[in-house]
Design a protein around this ligand. Structure first.
Ligand code: ADP
Length: 174
């Protein structure tokens, strides 16, 4: 499994599955979530509504992941995952780890072989970038044994230079 950094807008990523840093309502939001719904069009929200009306009446719990269509995006699937809101009083790292694990498992379940991740929780949810990107890289690396035969490529998609530099430091340390 290749791990690469591909700076830019994740909605343009040419991969099978794009991971969305969603909120538990699955009804859209700001940041990367807003961008995915805007560019992907209404079929993504429709699929999310169906999930809310069937298997996820209370929304998607933090740390879990679920796949929908990617609508008009170049990708085939969007994998929605809910990152933890950063807290200084409580260590929520395991929930962030779970987002990466569950997203990769969801990707395998739908048959995706290439996956792009934004820096989950590092925007509106306030997770310090350095730590958020470290958890991302380490967790994907730790999943190679489990999903490495199915997932051939993981892209980390930094949206600005600070995120790009952070990913580079952690990938170099792998
Ligand atoms: P969260 O609520 O999980 O913090 P955000 O969407 O606010 O999610 O931010 C997560 C990360 O995604 C941030 O580093 C932000 O800069 C980045 N981001 C925002 N829009 C995009 C985009 N279109 N492509 C890739 N990354 C993005």
């Amino acid at each position: 499994m290749d791990m690469r950094i591909q700076p830019g807008d994740i909605t343009r990523a040419q991969v099978d599955a794009v991971v969305n840093a969603a909120n538990s309502s699955l009804m859209g939001g700001g940041g990367v979530d807003g961008a995915i719904h805007r560019r992907g069009g209404p079929s993504i929200l429709e699929a999310c509504r169906e999930l809310r009306n069937s298997s996820l009446p209370d929304g998607l719990p933090t740390g879990r992941a679920v796949a929908t269509t990617a609508g008009e995006l170049p990708a085939t699937w969007v994998i929605h995952t809910v990152g933890p809101v950063y807290s200084i009083s409580e260590d929520r790292t395991e929930l962030l780890v779970s987002c990466y694990r569950e997203s990769l498992r969801a990707a395998v379940d739908v048959g995706a072989t290439t996956v792009a991740f934004p820096a989950i929780s590092a925007g509106i949810y306030g997770w310090p970038l350095e730590d958020a990107t470290r958890v991302a890289v380490e967790t994907v690396q730790e999943m190679i044994d489990e999903v490495g035969e199915r997932i051939t490529e993981v892209l980390f998609v930094p949206f600005d230079e600070a995120a790009e530099n952070a990913y580079r430091r952690h990938i170099a340390g792998c």
